[in-house]
Structures are given as C-alpha cells and as structure tokens.
Design a protein around this ligand. Sequence first.
Ligand SMILES: Cc1cc2nc3c(=O)[nH]c(=O)nc-3n(C[C@H](O)[C@H](O)[C@H](O)COP(=O)(O)OP(=O)(O)OC[C@H]3O[C@@H](n4cnc5c(N)ncnc54)[C@H](O)[C@@H]3O)c2cc1C
Length: 335
Amino acid sequence: MTPSQLLDNLLSLILALLRYNVVLTALAIVLAFPIASLLALGRLSRYRLICYPIAAYINLLRSSPLLMVMFWTYYTFPMLVGGANLNVFYAALLALTAFEAAYFAEFIRTGIQSIHRDQRLAALARRQGVQFRFNVSVNRIELDAGRVSRVVIDDEVGIEESVRADAFVVALGSYSRLALRSIGISLPIYPVKGYSITIALKPGDEAPTVSLTDHERKIVISRLGDRLRVAGTAELAGYDTEINEMRCEVLVKRCFELFPKAGKLEAAQYWTGLRPATPSNLPIIGRTRFPNLYLNTGHGTLGWTMACGAGRALADILCGKTPEPDFRFLGVERS
Ligand SMILES: Cc1cc2nc3c(=O)[nH]c(=O)nc-3n(C[C@H](O)[C@H](O)[C@H](O)COP(=O)(O)OP(=O)(O)OC[C@H]3O[C@@H](n4cnc5c(N)ncnc54)[C@H](O)[C@@H]3O)c2cc1C
C-alpha cells in the first residue's frame, strides 16, 4: 500500500467515524431530552419515593466515567435482562442517552429552581389574565350614575389613558386617602415614615439568622440570606420621603450595640418608606358606597404580614362571598 493510499484509507475511516459519532450524538440528545425533563420533574417532586431514587440515578451517572457506562451497557446490561448482546451502536446509544439524560436533568432542574418564586407567581397571574402595568400613575377616579366610570392614568410614557373595568380596588397605601378625596371618600389613613438599613454580610460575620424584635430599642431585625435588615422609627412628616441620615445612623448604632460583629457598618444602605397607618392599626378592606369600588388599604405596620390574607378576603368580597376571618370588612353583613 502506497503512502497516499494509506492516507486515503485513513481519511475515509475518520470520515466514517465522524458520521457515526454525529448521528449517535444527535440521536442521544433527542432521546435524552424528554427523559431528562421527566427526571427533573421527578427530582423536584415532594414525594421521597419518587425524588430519592431519581437523585440516586442522576448522581450515580454523573459521577461515573462515560466509558464505564458504555462498558456496562454492552456487557452487563444484556446479562441482567437475560437477553442477547446488544448491537454495538444500540449499546452506545443507550449509554449516551442514559448519561446525557442525567446531565440534562440537572440543567433543567436548576433552570426551574433559579426562577424566583415571585416571578413564578407573576407568571401564574398572567396566565389568569392579569396585566401588569409599571411606571403608570393614577390621576383621577371619575364617577357616572353613582358608579366609577373610569380611572384616568398617565401611561408609561406620560400619555393620558382611560382604564375601564367592572370593579376597581384602591390599594395605594398612604396615598389612598389622596386618591379618594376627590370623590368624597374620607379615609382615616396617615403616612407614618419609617426607615430601614441593610447590611451586606460576609462569611464569618456574626449576625442573627432569625428575625428579632427588640421592644426596648424599637427595632426589628431580619436576616435576608447574605444581608441583614434593621427597621424601625416612626416619624410624622406628611408625605416627605427624604432620607434623614441621623435616624438611619441611630438604627445602625442600635444594631451594632447588639451585634458588634454583624458586618461593616459603613456599608449599610439606607431606605425610607411610608406606613399607611390607621388610628386602630387595623386595615380598611371591603366595599365603598360606590358599588364597583373596593378598598384594600391602611395596613400600617403590618402590610407584608397581612398581604395574602387581605388579598384573599378581598377576592371573596369581590366574588360576593363572606370572608372567613371574623373582621369588620366594609360593606359585609354577617348573619
Ligand atoms: C421601615 C418599614 C418597615 C416595615 N416593616 C414591616 C414588616 O416587617 N412587616 C410588615 O408586615 N410590614 C412592614 N412594614 C409596613 C409595610 O411596608 C406596609 O404596610 C405595606 O407596604 C403597605 O402596602 P400597600 O401596598 O398597601 O402600600 P405601599 O407599599 O405604600 O404601596 C402603595 C403603592 O402605590 C403607589 N402609588 C401611590 N399613589 C399612586 C398613584 N397616584 N398612581 C400610581 N401609583 C401610586 C406607590 O408608589 C406605592 O408603590 C414596614 C414599613 C416600613 C416603612
């Protein structure tokens, strides 16, 4: 055989192997993907009987060399199932599919888990027909024949737009009072300004890992993963939302009195917000005298705590049902 013939033979062998490998890999990917999707869903299952065996399979395959898996599918697998030896191509396809399914399953699982639960909640809401509009502002509420006929807003680019609906819910926190004043509804809500500081934590910082309330220092401390948030103070300053640095420094000082090694105090971020406070510290939820206008506001110091319960109660009221909690919801008669 001449050197050029040898080279030709070698080249055609390489080309044949390449074709073989490309077909094998493509087929394995196509087959592995649906299997991986099922494995990922099973791995996320609440039931241990489902998720533990799947986790064991994934970890075993991911920690085994591919060559060993191929060896096993060609020699051991046929013995286990009591059949004849597999054709080399099918053995390789089975091994690659099983191997890739284990890897893809982890990509899919981590992809699903990387989506924040709030984004999932938003997606569920959108599926139900919710439209989110950000950076729009409500200008006025207009009435006609004893009902709200439309809400006039400035849209995302500042152009006036009418929003019409079967029912309207005012949930503007401290600003609910201002929005309703023009249609003759007076709400006992007053903005009570509060501050929070947030400290970024590093490994080794000695910060609490659970939520704490210190009544004496009038602060609450929450651990948010690798951040520590300290909130407190109550200031009556109308709708002013300027940050008063001195008040924030007091929060920092009180936190570091308790936890002197809780991160770098110079790196604390300051924030201020308005609590929609009512005289009783109870929220105002329910119907107004206008049949298609509802309220969900005035949650004061506990708006996050009450958010889900208040939303649920309001949904019941909108659907004509009596909410379960024994609470004085506006316009709801209890028998
Ligand atoms: C420092 C601090 C710490 C707190 N800590 C806690 C806590 O630990 N637990 C807890 O449960 N609660 C806490 N709260 C209270 C909680 O923040 C409030 O009760 C809650 O935010 C009220 O929610 P809301 O949606 O009714 O009002 P807001 O959160 O005030 O939201 C109202 C929204 O309406 C918008 N808006 C107003 N007017 C208009 C308009 N004309 N057009 C368009 N949009 C408008 C505002 O921009 C705002 O985004 C804290 C509050 C503060 C200030």
